[in-house]
Design a protein around this ligand. Structure first.
Ligand code: BGC
Length: 372
């Protein structure tokens, strides 16, 4: 993955994004001639059904597009790259003119997408960037650097690090090494936390502490699996916390990892309300919202995937109409071949106090599903 500069991400994080709004031309595929509607035939390729967010993303987007009279083929690839490539090829062979792809591995889709682009298919990278190819027209996502920054700042505030509190025992985790987003999540958090590690206010007993942002893959959990995160946390607890030392804080980049880490802490005898550490997350999955309400998780970074769906729907509507596609970032997401015109949405911190006022009131989760 390539992170061109930190500055744009920081500016975006500071909420200056609105002022940067820009438009990009709707690519080279044949737009609708005057008075004649182009066909809206969309292939959606999602990574896996094993995570709640991707089910919501895929089904939500399909529903929106069908309501707008598009033909939609939604496929899930079981977290297997080969399967994702053949599903994309089948969608193109079946007549898809627009592809919406949440890549499993951001590096491997180039040839299949180049083939699609040569048949006038427009390609939108969904949530995760697709690297190393010209064949990606637009990128719609949340501000991934900001997701990590919100997690880092939450830890900083909860522990009073800026006021000189410490030392505290930290265990950092990172996301899947093949997911471009994971680098941004880690960089956002580590830019806040690394200075405290360097000053000794955060101590990492396991030693799994990258010395810079680029070292994140060494602590990445391939495939974002809860079980693997649990096994990793078990190892750290059994190997490095033998003398009665306790973990004070865990940097978890998302909810699936947080679930595994929480199961490990529970098995090791940690108790919510007494010695349970601060744990971060991302996605507001139902299981994690329940964990937040049960004091087993401190926060989640909520990305309202319905908004992402609406943004992608409006990109598609513009492409089909031959209009300009609205983007608000043309600097941050360099895929190694080109800077991909992007639309970044804002992520939001949710803690126990605002589950009701944010997640429930907006209809993102149902009160009954989380026991409220
Ligand atoms: C997404 C996260 C998600 C993770 C695991 C990332 O690319 O941005 O929302 O938790 O993948 O599926």
């Amino acid at each position: 993955m390539t992170m061109t500069k930190k500055l744009p991400a920081v500016l975006l994080a500071a909420g200056l994004v609105a002022g940067l709004s820009a438009c990009a031309p709707a690519g080279s595929s044949s737009p609708a001639a005057e008075g004649e509607a182009a066909t809206c035939n969309v292939g959606i390729s999602m990574p896996t059904r094993s995570l709640e967010r991707w089910i919501n993303d895929g089904e939500g987007l399909k529903e929106k597009l069908e309501a707008a009279d598009c033909t939609v083929d939604l496929q899930y690839a079981d977290n297997k790259t080969d399967q994702q490539i053949s599903q994309i090829q089948n969608q193109v062979a079946g007549g898809a003119k627009i592809l919406v792809v949440a890549a499993i591995d951001g590096q491997t889709l180039g040839p299949a997408l180049e083939d699609a682009a040569s048949q006038d298919v427009q390609i939108i990278a969904y949530d995760r960037l697709i690297n190393g190819t010209e064949a990606v027209d637009y990128y719609a996502t949340f501000d991934n650097y900001k997701v990590g920054q919100l997690q880092g700042q939450f830890i900083e505030e909860q522990l009073g690090l800026a006021d000189g509190e410490g030392p505290f025992n930290l265990e950092p985790f990172a996301g899947s090494p093949d997911d471009n987003n994971a680098a941004f999540f880690f960089a956002g958090a580590w830019d806040v936390l690394l200075p405290y590690v360097e000053s000794g206010k955060l101590v990492v007993p396991s030693g799994k502490s990258p010395t810079d942002n680029d070292g994140w893959k060494a602590i990445g959990i391939l495939g974002w699996g809860s079980d693997d995160a649990q096994a990793e946390m078990d190892n750290r607890l059994q190997s490095f916390y033998t003398g009665g030392d306790k973990v004070d804080v865990v940097l978890s980049p998302n909810d699936s990892l947080a679930l595994g880490i929480e199961a490990s802490l529970d098995a090791a005898g940690y108790e919510p309300g007494s010695d349970w550490p601060i744990i971060t997350g991302q996605d507001a999955d139902v299981a994690n919202v329940k964990a937040i309400l049960a004091d087993q998780q401190s926060m989640t970074v909520w990305k309202d995937t319905r908004e992402l769906g609406s943004q992608v729907e409006s990109m598609i509507t513009s492409i089909v109409a031959g209009d300009e596609v609205e983007v608000n970032d043309t600097e941050t997401y360099d895929n190694g071949t080109k800077v991909v015109p992007s639309y970044l949405l804002d992520p939001v911190v949710v803690t126990k106090d605002d589950v009701e006022s944010t997640l429930v009131e907006s209809g993102f989760v149902k009160a009954a599903d989380v026991g409220l």
